[in-house]
Design a protein around this ligand. Structure first.
Ligand SMILES: [Zn+2]
Length: 64
């Protein structure tokens, strides 16, 4: 049986800086979350999409 404390912890992926090396305000997201932000754009000026998965963001933190 897990303790109440342990059960309340969630694992989040550290997503800043993003896989393109751009720092941004979204610091942590849950597994598989899709995000974009204005500071990271492709060559045509559209915001890039990012996926918070283990391949791109191996660093995790545990939060209550
Ligand atoms: Zn990016």
């Amino acid at each position: 049986m897990t303790s109440p404390n342990e059960r309340a912890l969630v694992t989040l992926r550290v997503v800043s800086p993003c896989e393109h090396g751009v720092e941004h305000d979204i610091l942590e997201l849950s597994e598989g979350a899709v995000f974009s932000f204005p500071a990271c754009k492709d060559s045509r000026g559209n915001p890039r999409y990012h996926v918070a998965d283990a391949t791109h963001y191996p660093r995790t933190v545990r939060r209550r």
